[in-house]
Design a protein around this ligand. Sequence first.
Ligand code: ARG
Length: 459
Amino acid sequence: MAKVWSKRFDNSLNPFIEEFNASIGFDRKLILEDLDCSIAHAKMLGKTKVLTSSETLQIINGLEKIKVDFLEGKFFPGPPSEDIHYCIEEKLISLIGETGKKLHTGRSRNDQVGTDIRLWLRKEIDNLDILITDLQKSFFKLAETNIYTLIPGYTHMQRAQPLSLAHHLLAYLEMFQRDRERFQEVRSRVNTSPLGAAALAGTKIKIDRDFTAAELGFEKIYKNSIDAVSDRDFCIEFVSASALAMSHLSKISEEIILWVTDEFSFAKLTDNCSTGSSLMPQKKNPDVPELIRGKTGRVYGHLQALLTMVKGVPLAYNKDFQEDKEPIFDTAETISSCIKAMTILMNEGIEFNIQNLSDTVEKDFSNATDLADYLVGKKVPFRDAYQVVGEIVKYCSEREMLLKNLKIDEFKKFHPKFDEDVFVDLQPLNVVKSRTSQGGTGFTQVEKEINNWRKKLLF
Ligand code: ARG
């Protein structure tokens, strides 16, 4: 197939270079966006009288026909077209003849491709918002039924203080909420139209950028034509927001992987969501969270690739930008599939060993802070109370005892202010219950948060 620009050249392109240069293998994903962009552009050229109404109609009908053929599987964009933009233009000309050659009036592939990827990303972000909301609901349902289930809380992966399991799960709802907010912020910048910037300088053809922007649902237009065709910040922002969201998914994945080990036994995976081993008959493997944890790396990699792609690239469009597509396509696909898998895992794949969890928090020193706070309640300065409890913990560890196993007389030897009621404060359920500060794990606080989330998620 002759290139659009073949008249300017003496020789045809080396076949390997032709393939190397092409993006049709991946940018065909943008076909519907490219068609919508072209339909809006053609309508605008009709409105400004650059095209006659009959030309406009022919072009729009031609583009609509390509859309229908594609959706019905009768048209498949591919080589020898160089990219999706040429592919559609070539197809249009083959369908409607000479008039098709007028579609590209007053625009360039530079503003066109920028428009396409923004339309595509906007749709992906809207879809992600729905998926993350479903993910939040799956966490919420587990939280709602586990307000009074206790789980050890860790810092440095050492037992720290017991928590309400619901509180632990609600921490993820907060992270996912920030992810949603971040995607919305990215969306507001994605939703800006570069169309009409043409190659880089604008055009002398009579165009109406506000019209095409409104047709395509963009909130605003780029103010500077050079910036419009050179800006890939929004791609980086999208992958960056995705990378952070993946870090949250990877964090819960890692926790689940630990929880389902024999060593922790905090939870088990149901048969719906675990896999066996080809050799060891006893195995049930947490492949789903492991895959999510593993896939996080690809998204981080895409972020690095995009940041490097724009580094030191002079204004305006440079072919480097063709490399923006695969990272954003793969990021969107990876994060969507990971969110869906995690939602299924939470809905039907995990069962907490509630008995084991409550036994576990009985057998450690995670109530030591409460012993110190007990003395604080009796007007002992915190630092002194802390030292006293340090000695008690040492004393108990050496004797393989827990704090609750000490007799009251032994407590009194460490500090005279200890009394019988200290044993009440040491019970894990009371330890959790007492954390009534705002945002704390105390049951009243957690119940309040559960109610807030129920309203927010519109249950
Ligand atoms: N396939 C190209 C891309 O994805 C389209 C824009 C080409 N523009 C150009 N001036 N060569 O970036």
